[in-house]
Design a protein around this ligand. Structure first.
Ligand SMILES: [Zn+2]
Length: 233
């Protein structure tokens, strides 16, 4: 019996790496903050990849250079304010070296899985800062999806039920702190596959867990992996 879902993981904001060429343009102080990378996201994505035996495509450049979670037409959002003044050729070089290989690798993996029966389940793993511009953000876990796509809504409802069963205190919210239909890797892949063959969900983890590390963070990663597995089988 084939499983209904075939899992692929991506992590767009995995890295704080700034290639030498651009180091002078970007303040070092930004690199270890949520502005340089999604704290804890790669660690979670690698854990899911290992425990759920799923392929993972992870970015290897900071979003302060190029944002792997934005579409090519979204040019002002692609490049951080530190690199906005680079000329067109220099920006194209960044796209060719860092951006396009990542985006193509993610699409290639989704296409490979789409050839087998069932729904491709793409989980794009991110994390968010607990307080932004003085405002405390409510979710512990945010599940971002397109409510118009049945396979995504169904997965998220079941995922929330599983998470609540494993930890009733966990605050799991839909399309919070961001909307699932905003520009992103999942939004781009939705255009390539129908809802019956592809479900793209952004899993947003509150950085208060990885920042503290320790027991709670380890437990949360396990709970998330268990819940994904429970919904998949
Ligand atoms: Zn992110």
């Amino acid at each position: 019996m084939p499983k209904p879902y075939k899992l692929v993981l991506t992590c767009e904001h995995a890295s704080a790496r700034i290639p030498v060429k651009y180091r002078e343009l970007i303040p070092q102080s930004y690199l270890r903050t949520h502005k340089g990378l999604d704290i804890g996201a790669l660690e979670a994505a690698e854990f899911f990849s290992k425990t759920l035996r799923a392929p993972l495509i992870a970015g290897n450049v900071s979003r302060l250079v190029v944002d792997l979670n934005r579409s090519p037409h979204n040019r002002t959002a692609l490049f951080s304010r530190f690199l906005q003044s680079l000329d067109r050729d220099k920006k194209n070089r960044i796209l060719n070296l860092y951006y396009l290989p990542y985006r193509k690798a993610a699409e290639r993996q989704a296409r490979k899985l789409a050839r087998k029966p069932g729904v491709v389940l793409h989980l794009s793993i991110h994390s968010f800062t607990p307080v932004l511009y003085g405002k405390v953000r409510r979710p512990d876990i945010g599940l971002l999806f397109d409510p118009a796509r049945k396979s995504e809504a169904r997965f998220c409802r079941r995922m929330r039920t599983e998470l609540k069963r494993l930890d009733p205190g966990l605050k799991v919210l839909f399309n919070d702190p961001y909307k699932g239909i905003s520009d992103g890797m999942t939004t781009a892949l939705r255009k390539k596959f129908p809802s019956t063959r592809y479900a793209g969900i952004e899993v947003e983890i509150n950085q208060k867990f990885p920042r503290k590390a320790g027991k709670k963070w380890r437990a949360l990663k396990k709970i998330l992996a268990k819940a994904i597995w429970a919904v998949m089988i």
